[in-house]
Design a protein. Structure first.
Length: 151
């Protein structure tokens, strides 16, 4: 029987290297952003699901007490539950509309912030008398150039 030798120092070094690599990976900004996005997305999903349920019940009541999930079509022994499909489509549309509205709101807020930053970066407006003097200076320079060309 052959004896297997294990290099414990090499294993420790590989473990440290792996741990260091994992720490670098997990501390990157993108990973943290993704984690926050997943958590917020999960919470948002619960809100949208609840909202969709309310809308579905409301529409079903308006249409005469229809339960979308219970809609089915039977042919012999085969039962096709198309209501579940309709509910999934409805859920998708509501989710898409909610995300669209949220993105519109966020973009509007970001545009306002960007516009404020641009306004701050712009030079302060010069007084009218300074603008007038600069215009006179520019006209005199232009006139001076014309006179030199005429000679």
């Amino acid at each position: 029987m052959k004896k297997i030798e294990i290099d414990t120092e090499q294993m420790k070094e590989e473990s440290r290297s792996l741990l260091k690599e994992f720490k670098e990976f997990i501390s990157r900004g993108n990973v943290m952003d993704l984690a926050v996005g997943v958590i917020i997305g999960s919470a948002f999903s619960n809100i949208v699901t609840s909202f969709t349920s309310i809308l579905t019940d409301l529409i079903g009541t308006i249409l005469g007490g229809i339960d979308f999930k219970g809609l089915k079509y039977s042919v012999g022994d085969l039962t096709v539950q198309y209501g579940t499909f309709l509910q999934a489509v409805f859920d998708f549309l509501i989710t898409a509309i909610c995300i669209f509205i949220m993105i519109k709101i966020v973009n509007k807020i970001l545009r306002k912030e960007e516009k404020k930053k641009e306004e701050i970066k712009e030079e302060p407006k010069k007084p009218d008398d300074v603008l007038l003097l600069e215009e006179i200076r520019d006209l005199l320079k232009e006139n001076d150039k014309k006179m030199k060309k005429a000679k």
